[in-house]
Design a protein around this ligand. Structure first.
Ligand code: TEU
Ligand code: CA
Length: 536
C-alpha cells in the first residue's frame, strides 16, 4: 500500500547496443538509478514480439520478447536482477486485442471454420457497408472488411489490432494459460491495457463496461493471480468511482486498482475530442480529484498519476515549462503524491522532462496522431490548428528518449534515436539532476521516502479546503490525531493563504524548513508545502 510505481516505455528508456531503440539490457543498466529514486515497482510497457504499428500494443506472440528489446533470457535476467534491487516488475497485459499478425488471427481470417475464428468478432456487412457505425478510438470505422471470408472484423484500435472475443471460453483459457506462464517467470503483476473494453457488445454498440466485464475479471483472478501477492491495475477510461469500486473492492476478488482518466479530460472542450483544447480551470481539477478521493474512501483504492506514454508531459501541460519548470514540477508532484492511493511516475517526470519540440505535423510518428491529422486536414481544418493540438496533446510528447546526460543523443543511444531527443537535454538530464541536491529528482526521492515513513500519507483521510479558490489547491490528510496539510500554488503569481495554526514543514519546494505560521502566508510562484499540523 505504500509502494510507488515507475513506468518504463522501453523503446525510449535506454539503448544498450546502438540501434537507436531502448532495450532490456538498457533497463538493467539503469536499475541502480531507479533504486536510488526509491521506487518499488516497475511497470514496463509491452515488449512482446509485435509488428509495432502501435509500439507493441499490437502483440503477435504473448510468449516472447521482441528481438529489438532482447531475448527471453534477458528478460529472465532482468526479473532476477530486479529482485536483487527489491523491485517488482509488472508487465503490460494487452488482451482486448492482438495484432493481425498473431497466429490466431492469421488462422481465423482464412476460414469461417477455423478453430480460432470465434476468438475474434466477425459480422456480415449491411449491403456494402459495415455492420454498424461503431468507431475506432484511433478514428474511422471500427469494422474492417476481410476479403477472404467476406465478413467484417471488429477493431477498437487500428485495423492491425483485431479485437478478441471474450465470450469464447477457449480464448479466455488461452489468456489464463499465458498469464500463468508470466507469473511462473516471477513477474510481480500486470497493468491491463483497456481492460474495461473486454465485455464489449458490438451489436448493441457497447464498448466499455459491458455486462460480463466483471465476471471475466473474477474468472481471471480465480484462474491466475488470485492466490498470489500480485499488483494488478486496469486501464479504465470509462470508470466512475462507483465502477472503480467494483474492480478494486478486495472482497470482489478482481484487481488491486484501476487507472481512471476523468481529470485527463478537463482541458478539452466538452463533447469534443481531446484534441479540441481549452485551458484547465483549477476548481474543476479539485472537484474531480476530490470526488475520487472521497468516494473511494474505505471502499476501493486509487491510483495516482499525471503522465503516461499516452499523455503529454505534465510540466508542459499544467505546470510551467519555462521559467518555473523546477518549482512547478515539484508542486505538481506534491499535489499528486500527497493524496491517497498508489503513485505512478512516468519515466522522465522525475527530471521535469517537457513535451517534444517538434515543429511540423510530419515529425509526429504515433499512429493515433497520424490518423487524427489526416482526418482533420481532409476536413479542411487549418494546418496550424492541427499542429497546435499535436504539440499539446500528441502521445509522442511523452515518448521522446529519456535524457540521461548532456552527451550525444542525451546518452540514450550511440546511434540514431528512433524518435528525436528533445534539444533541451543539454540542461535537462539525469546526470545534472543527480549532481544537484535541489533537483526535481531528489524531490521525488523525498516524496517516495515520505510514503514509507508517514503513515498518514498512506492511510489518512482526504479533505479538500478552499474548493472554489482558482489558484490554490489545498487539502488535509488525517489519521487519528495526526493531520497533514498540503498546499499548492498552481500558478506563477503570488497567492495569499490563511489557516489558523502554525505547522511543521515536512517538505517545501523552496527548500524551507522549521515551523511556519500559516495565519498570513504568502505563497511564491508554484510554491508548495507538506506540513504537519499540531495534534488536535
Ligand atoms: O490506451 C487506451 C486508449 O484508449 C488510448 O487510445 C487513449 O485514448 C489515447 O492514447 C489518448 O490518450 C491503451 C494504451 O495505453 C495505448 O498506448 C494503446 O495505443 C491502446 O491502449 C491500444 O492498445
Ligand atoms: Ca537497442
Amino acid at each position: 500500500m505504500n509502494s510507488v510505481v515507475y513506468q518504463i516505455y522501453p523503446k525510449s528508456f535506454k539503448d544498450s547496443n546502438g540501434d537507436g531503440i531502448g532495450d532490456i539490457k538498457g533497463i538493467q543498466e539503469k536499475l541502480p538509478y531507479l533504486e536510488k529514486l526509491g521506487i518499488d515497482v516497475l511497470w514496463i510497457s509491452p515488449m512482446y514480439p509485435s509488428p509495432g504499428v502501435d509500439n507493441g500494443y499490437d502483440v503477435s506472440d504473448y510468449y516472447g520478447i521482441d528481438p529489438m528489446y532482447g531475448t527471453m533470457e534477458d528478460m529472465k535476467n532482468l526479473i532476477r536482477e530486479c529482485e536483487n534491487h527489491n523491485i517488482k516488475i509488472i508487465i503490460d497485459l494487452v488482451v482486448n486485442h492482438t495484432s493481425d499478425e498473431h497466429e490466431w488471427f492469421i488462422e481465423a481470417k482464412t476460414s469461417k471454420n477455423s478453430t480460432y475464428r470465434d476468438y475474434y468478432i466477425w459480422r456480415k456487412g449491411v449491403g456494402n457497408q459495415p455492420p454498424n457505425d461503431l468507431e475506432s478510438n484511433f478514428g474511422g470505422s471500427a469494422w474492417e472488411y476481410s476479403e477472404e471470408t467476406e465478413e467484417y472484423y471488429l477493431h477498437f484500435y487500428s485495423k492491425k489490432q483485431p479485437d478478441l472475443n471474450w465470450e469464447n471460453p477457449n480464448m479466455r483459457n488461452e489468456i489464463w494459460k499465458m498469464m500463468n506462464f508470466w507469473i511462473d517467470l516471477g513477474i510481480g503483476g500486470f497493468r491491463m491495457d483497456v481492460i474495461d473494453l473486454i465485455g464489449k457488445q458490438p451489436d448493441q454498440k457497447i464498448k466499455e463496461n459491458g455486462p460480463k466485464l466483471h465476471d471475466y475479471l473474477q474468472e481471471m483472478n480465480a484462474k491466475t493471480f488470485g492466490n498470489s501477492d500480485l499488483l494488478t491495475v486496469g486501464e479504465c477510461w470509462g470508470a466512475t468511482p462507483e465502477i472503480a469500486t467494483l474492480y478494486s473492492a478486495p472482497e470482489r476478488k478482481e484487481l488491486s486498482m484501476i487507472f481512471q482518466f476523468e481529470q485527463i479530460n478537463l482541458d478539452k472542450i466538452a463533447g469534443k475530442q481531446r484534441w479540441d483544447l481549452k485551458p484547465l480551470y483549477l476548481p474543476d481539477l479539485k472537484r474531480v480529484f476530490s470526488k475520487w478521493q472521497t468516494e473511494m474512501e474505505g471502499k476501493g483504492w486509487n491510483s495516482l498519476f499525471w503522465s503516461n506514454h499516452d499523455l503529454p508531459r505534465i510540466v508542459s501541460r499544467w505546470g510551467n515549462a519555462g521559467k518555473y519548470r523546477i518549482e512547478s514540477a515539484k508542486m505538481l508532484a506534491t499535489l499528486l503524491h500527497g493524496m491517497k492511493g498508489t503513485p505512478y511516475i512516468f519515466q522522465g517526470e522525475e527530471l521535469g522532462m517537457t513535451n517534444a519540440d517538434f515543429n511540423s505535423i510530419a515529425d509526429f510518428k504515433d499512429i493515433e496522431s497520424r490518423h487524427m491529422a489526416k482526418l482533420r486536414l481532409e476536413k479542411g481544418e487549418p494546418k496550424e490548428i492541427v499542429l497546435a493540438a499535436l504539440k499539446k496533446k500528441a502521445r509522442d510528447n511523452a515518448r521522446t528518449p529519456m535524457q540521461w546526460d548532456d552527451s550525444y543523443a542525451a546518452g540514450f543511444t550511440s546511434g540514431t534515436p528512433w524518435l528525436p531527443v528533445n534539444k533541451n537535454y543539454i540542461t535537462i538530464n539525469a546526470k545534472q539532476s543527480l549532481d544537484d541536491k535541489q533537483s526535481i529528482f531528489y524531490y521525488y526521492q523525498s516524496l517516495i521516502k515520505l510514503r514509507k515513513t508517514e503513515e498518514t500519507l498512506v492511510h489518512g483521510i482526504y479533505e479538500l479546503l478552499l474548493p472554489n479558490d482558482e489558484n490554490i489547491y489545498a487539502y488535509t490528510r488525517s489519521l487519528g490525531t495526526e493531520k497533514l496539510l498540503i498546499i499548492c500554488n498552481f500558478y506563477e503569481t503570488e497567492q495569499s493563504f490563511s489557516y489558523n495554526a502554525s505547522a511543521e514543514i515536512i517538505l517545501s519546494n523552496y527548500n524551507k524548513n522549521g515551523i511556519i505560521n500559516l495565519k498570513q502566508l504568502v505563497l511564491a510562484p508554484y510554491e508548495s508545502f507538506i506540513l504537519r499540523l499540531p495534534n488536535n
